[in-house]
Structure formats: C-alpha cells, structure tokens
Ligand binder design. Structure first.
Ligand code: ATP
Ligand code: MG
Length: 567
C-alpha cells in the first residue's frame, strides 16, 4: 500500500501527486498552474481550481504558475488580466515571478507546427467550417478524410507560411493535425491546430495572422513550463488523448493531465460567457456587483477570502459532477465573520420612539460588548437619550400570540439599556402610517435587568435618534429565482430565471456613530440583522453598507436536523 492510499484525507488528485512523489516520477518536483483565459472575471468555480492548484503546490513544497491562456485575441482584454491577478492575490495565493502568457510561446508553437508538417503529421486544409463539420462524422459514424489531406509537406509548409503572413482570408485555410478521421474520439479526427484571425492581440500586436487552438497551445505551454500535474476540469477528459498525442509527436517533456469535477452552485450560474451577458445587458451593476458569483462580487459583498478557502477545502475534489448548496458557502462566510466581525447597532427600517419620562437633555453612555465570540473584542460606549429609533418590525399594534417584542401596553428590554413600555401610538393623520411611539422607561432597569427580578420576553436593539448616522443599506436576494437556473430546456432562456427583485435599497437607515470610523471594505455585524460591509460608494457623512449574509444559518440548521433524525 502506498502512503497516498493509506491517507484517507487525500483527495484523488492529491493522492496522485503523493504517489508520484513517492516513485520519484518528477524528480520530486511539483509544478502546477492556474490557466485562466482572460475573457472575463473569475468566479467562485475558478476559486476551486485556484485553491486546488496553489494548495497542492504549497503542500508539496512546489510552485504554481499563473498562466494567461491568451490564444484568442478577439475576446481578451487587459482589464480582465488585471482583475484576475487582483482576485488570485486577494484569495491569498502568490505566484511570485511565475506569471506567464501562452502568447509568449507563439514562436515556439509555430516552430512545433512546422515540425509536425515536416513529419507529415499536419496539413493545410481548405474546407470551410460547414464542410469540415460534414466531414467530421458523428459519434456513431466515422468521418471522411479531407480532400487536402494528402498535400505534400513542401506545399503545406509554403501555405502555412503564407497563412501566417496574412495572405489568405479568415476561414479559408486551417492547419490540421493528421491523426485519424475514424477515431472514436471526435477530438482526434484531424483537429484544427491553427486558424487565421486578422485580429490585434493585446500582447503580440499585429505580428500574427494565425493563432493556435486551445488544444495545440495548452499542453505545449505546460511542457515549456515543465509543469508536472496539469489539473483541469472534466470537460477536458476527452481532450486528453490529443494533449498526449501532440506532446508524444513532438517528443518533448510531457506533463500529466488530471481532470476533476467543476464546481456548480445552486441558484448560481458559473460561466463567464453568461456572466458577461448579465454585465453587458445591465442585469447587474458590473462584474463586482455584490450579487455576482464572481470573486470581485463576493469581495464587495463582504465574503472574506478565508471563508472562500474554507469552503473550497470543505467541498473537496472528486470525479463526479454535483451541485453544491449555496447555503454551504454562506455558512462558511458566517462562521468566519462570527469570529472576526465587530458588532454594532443599526436600525434598517427606523421607527421613532420618544421616552416621555426621560429628561430632555440627558445623555447616558451605556457599555456594550463588541463581539462576545472574540475574547479580546473589547467594549464600547453607546449614547442613550430620550429619542431613539427601533426597527419598525419590532413593533406590532395588534400582535399575534407568539410576537414578544414591543406592542401597546407591553414592556420590552432595550439591549444594554432599559426596560421600556409602550403607552401610545402616533399616526400620520393623512396616511394613517405609524410615525412614532410614546413610551416610558423604568430607571431601575439600567443595563437591562430589573432589580425586582421582573422578566420581559423581548429584547430589541435601538440607536439614538440624535447621535446615530444616516445610512443606505443594500439587501440582496438570490440572483436567480430557482435552484438550477439555466435548466430551461430547448426554448427557454436562462435569463428568464433572473431574479429582478434581488436588490433592495433602504435609504433611511440609521447606524450608531462609531461606524464613521470604519473604512470601506470592513465588515460588521449589525446585531440581529446580519453581516454588512461598508461599500466604496460611501463618502463622509454618507455611509453605504452591503449586506453580506443574514444571521440565520440554514446549513447549520440542516446539519442539526440530520443529527436529530439519525438519533
Ligand atoms: P467558464 O466556463 O466560466 O468560461 P472556463 O473554464 O472557460 O470557465 P478558464 O478561464 O478557461 O474558464 O478557466 C481557468 C481554469 O479554471 C481552468 O482550469 C478551468 O478548468 C477552471 N474552472 C473553470 N470553471 C470552473 C468551475 N466551475 N469549477 C472548477 N474549476 C473551474
Ligand atoms: Mg475556457
């Protein structure tokens, strides 16, 4: 038995690496890479791949390269490169000097293509796209050889050179590998290696009129960088024979490709192609809209990188596709913030309370605990006075039996402050809306306890009307209305599942004054309301918070329920 097999903690990718280390297959080197195509922003699925590739390198004293797979000049932009670097760093991973671009290998790739032509392993084909499709055959029928397949090497060399020099129109010629048109794997039926694209490339400019296909670039880039384990998602499993074929024919250093199942999340779409549509068509407010499943969206929403890493560890790596409950991701976010975030008071939807027997000018400073979960979280003073705000939904004029908060004639505790009793409800004479409550307080209950041992059933939070600051608060719901968005059949449009009610903005909220000291990017727990991150849209005197997650942890509840059921 190998070490890998006896270590139950290792997933199959890590087990493979461990086994290779044991046999000395790669001279004990471990080199992985994360190879994004810079055609959009990274999403939480990429985080899984990043955590896996960088994680394996770290655990084995190896290195992980960041390689931009920039072989398609049409969809790629510098903005995406910058965002990818920012996101990988923010997640806590460091590629050091090892920042590479597939485009840096264009000369070498071209030379390799020439080598294959000379060895009669590649040819220039003049079938157009549609013809090529017809010649390819199907899963059940073999394809047919291209009429150009038997061109002599000399002629292929000349034509390929002329393709490179821009002498032909796009789509008129391709360079194809000469493998087997009857191969059961369609990827092996004389795949295209190069196509003509007269496009400007963000790094190589107008130097090239031909660009390599992903399959011809990827394995060779891995080879040039002497990658040991080329870890990718399952959809590339069918490409592995081609990956291996190119490297074998070229007789160069040959890494090992390993495929794992990509991450899918409920209520979420993880595809750059689709996320781009949401951005470009204005469904969301940019790539970093806090509702987006992008890394930048999650950062702006207030997800800590530690929580994303913990989530990636928790979901593990396997060979079977599955969909992870988004509540599990939120569970990790909550778990981290519960330990780290300071607690403060905010009233999201304020209702004014006047404490009639409290002196007009009096202000008391009451002591509150910053975070009971953090041993050194400290304490702070909060101002209390005659006029305060409470949450509108902490009051009911005609409460049902199980409502224990404020109601006419009822006494509740104001957290860290006093017991108050509601005496009168004031309404707007025109609209009939409740605009104010008249209450009285019991001076004996300072700090929130009655000396006579009298109990109240409800405890609510509050802020001082005079001292609190105005704030705008953005609340988020799921971005899609169903668990498996996009699962809409032939005629359906995945965008029909978009949740148009996913953003609500509360612009009348009040927060305690200490929030003025927070900086954009900091996250806080508003007691009873959830975790919130101060947004970059804030300015002095204008605070904007994004709700990261609510407090209720449906995942933790589910685990508890399961335990109960098992008993
Ligand atoms: P998308 O389908 O969103 O466009 P992609 O696979 O085209 O994603 P790339 O930039 O090519 O995006 O991906 C870089 C790396 O991230 C690849 O190795 C890819 O396999 C991996 N990756 C992409 N999506 C996921 C996912 N949902 N789960 C795990 N890994 C992923
Ligand atoms: Mg891709």
């Amino acid at each position: 038995m190998t070490e890998a097999k006896t270590s139950p903690g290792l997933d199959f990718v890590r087990a493979t690496v461990a086994k290779d280390n044991e046999t000395g297959k790669w001279d004990n080197r471990v080199v992985t890479r994360f190879p994004p195509e810079p055609n959009g922003y990274l999403h939480i699925g990429h985080a899984k791949s990043i955590a896996l590739n960088f994680g394996i390198a770290q655990e084995n004293g190896g290195v992980c390269h960041l390689r931009f797979d920039d072989t398609n000049p049409i969809k790629e932009e510098q903005e995406y490169i910058e965002s990818i670097k920012r996101d990988v760093s923010w997640l806590g991973y460091d590629w050091g000097e090892r920042e590479y671009f597939a485009s840096d290998y264009f000369d070498q790739l071209y030379a390799w293509a020439v080598k294959l032509i000379k060895a009669d392993k590649a040819f220039v084909c003049q079938l157009d796209n549609e013809q090529m499709r017809l010649y390819r055959g199907t899963l059940t029928e073999p394809g047919r050889n291209s009429p150009w397949r038997r061109r002599p090497a000399e002629e292929n060399l000349e034509l390929f050179e002329r393709m490179k020099n821009g002498e032909f129109e796009e789509g008129s010629h391709t360079l194809r590998a000469k493998i087997d048109m009857a191969h059961p794997n369609l990827n092996m039926r004389d795949p295209v290696m190069y196509r003509i694209l007269k496009a400007h490339h963000h790094r190589t400019g107008d130097k090239w009129c031909v660009y390599p296909m992903y399959d011809f670039a990827h394995g060779q880039s891995d080879s040039i960088e002497r990658v040991t384990h080329s870890i990718c998602t399952l959809e590339f499993e069918d490409h592995r024979p081609l990956y291996d074929w190119y490297l074998d024919q070229l007789d160069v250093y040959h890494p090992r490709q390993i495929e794992f199942a990509r991450l899918n999340l409920t209520f979420t779409i993880l595809s750059k192609r689709r996320l781009i549509e949401l951005v470009k068509e204005g469904f969301v407010d940019g790539w970093d809209d806090p509702r987006m499943p992008t890394i930048s969206g999650m950062r702006r929403r207030g997800y800590p990188p530690e929580a994303i890493r913990a989530f990636c560890r928790r979901i593990g790596v396997s060979k079977t596709e599955s969909t992870v409950d988004i509540a599990l991701l939120e569970h990790h976010v909550r778990e981290h913030l519960n330990r780290c975030a300071q607690r403060r008071y905010a009233v999201l939807d304020p209702l004014k309370v006047v404490i009639e027997n409290y002196p007009e000018d009096k202000v008391e400073q009451l002591e509150c605990i910053n975070n009971p979960e953090a041993p050194n979280g400290g304490r702070r003073k909060v101002d209390f006075c005659r006029e305060i705000y409470i949450e509108r939904d902490d009051f009911m004029e005609d409460p049902p039996r199980k409502f224990f908060r404020l109601a006419p004639g009822r006494e509740v505790r104001l957290r860290y402050a006093y017991f108050i009793t509601c005496n009168e409800v004031i309404r707007d004479p025109d609209s009939g809306e409740i605009v104010e409550l008249r209450c009285s307080y019991d001076p004996q209950t300072r700090g929130g306890d009655a000396p006579d041992g009298r109990r109240v059933k409800g405890t609510i939070h509050w802020v001082s009307a005079r001292h609190s600051l105005p704030a705008t608060i953005r609340l988020y719901d799921r971005l899609f209305t169903c668990e498996y968005p996009g699962d809409v059949g032939e005629d359906g449009d995945w965008k029909d599942n978009f949740n148009h009610g996913s953003l609500s903005v509360l612009s009348e909220s009040r927060v305690e004054p200490s929030l003025a000291e927070f900086k954009p990017g900091e996250t806080v727990q508003f007691e009873r309301k959830g975790y919130f991150r101060l947004d970059e849209d804030s300015s002095e005197g204008f605070l904007v918070f994004n709700r990261t997650v609510g407090l209720r942890d449906s995942w933790a509840r589910m685990i508890q329920q399961q335990k109960k059921n098992n008993r």
